[in-house]
Design a protein around this ligand. Structure first.
Ligand code: COA
Length: 166
């Protein structure tokens, strides 16, 4: 018998559920990243973050299906002392503009706020206006630029959100 999916956390939309990501999610996350992000991390890169006791990554699956249902989205982040870095985030193309990424970012910010994190930061391609709009929507600001950071010569924008601001 299939296990009953967990209920959404307070404030979380009902169409999908967000759960902590771990080792069993590595393959699916790496596949989704490869299909949605230019020059995405390799499986090894995700395995480094999702193996063991990381605890700072989440997956979104459709609400009314079992835990092995197709992955809709993920967010992988890393906590170092009082800072959290969002390392990779993607939503499958067919499930975009439904608020899934917003709810993943909100989960990150909510967990950060109860875990001694003062600031959440990330790097985003200068051309990635969708992601920049998402982060601005969640109170992130551009605080710097890494010129020609990406292998195609594109700049990275540094964005940050103070936890007291979110
Ligand atoms: C960027 C991305 C994660 C957004 O995911 P999403 O689930 O579609 O985003 P949401 O539906 O939660 O959108 C939340 C807000 O972000 C902004 N936003 C998201 N996509 C946008 C787009 N294509 N154009 C403009 N604004 C956008 C909007 O403000 C949106 O709110 P609204 O729909 O009420 O206007 C998704 O497009 C994606 O996976 N892109 C490829 C991978 C990527 O770029 N990852 C980020 C690397 S830093």
């Amino acid at each position: 018998m299939q296990a009953k999916p967990p209920s959404p956390a307070p404030g979380e939309p009902a169409g999908w559920r967000i759960e902590p990501a771990g080792e069993s999610d590595i393959d699916e996350i790496a596949e989704l990243a490869a299909s949605e992000i230019p020059q995405a991390w390799s499986r090894r890169g995700f395995a480094d973050q999702l193996t063991g006791d990381a605890g700072w990554s989440w997956c979104a699956h459709p609400m009314f299906t079992g835990s092995r249902s197709p992955l809709l989205a993920y967010c992988v982040s890393r906590k170092v002392l009082n800072e959290l870095e969002i390392l990779s985030l993607a939503v499958v193309t067919g499930a975009r503009r439904r608020g899934i990424a917003r709810s993943l970012v909100d989960r990150v910010l909510s967990e950060a706020s109860t875990s001694g994190v003062d600031v959440v930061h990330l790097e985003v391609r200068a051309s990635n206006h969708a992601a920049q709009a998402l982060y601005r929507d969640r109170s992130f600001e551009v605080v710097g630029v890494r010129p020609r950071y990406y292998s195609n010569g594109e700049d990275a924008l540094l964005m940050r959100c103070g936890i007291a601001d979110s």
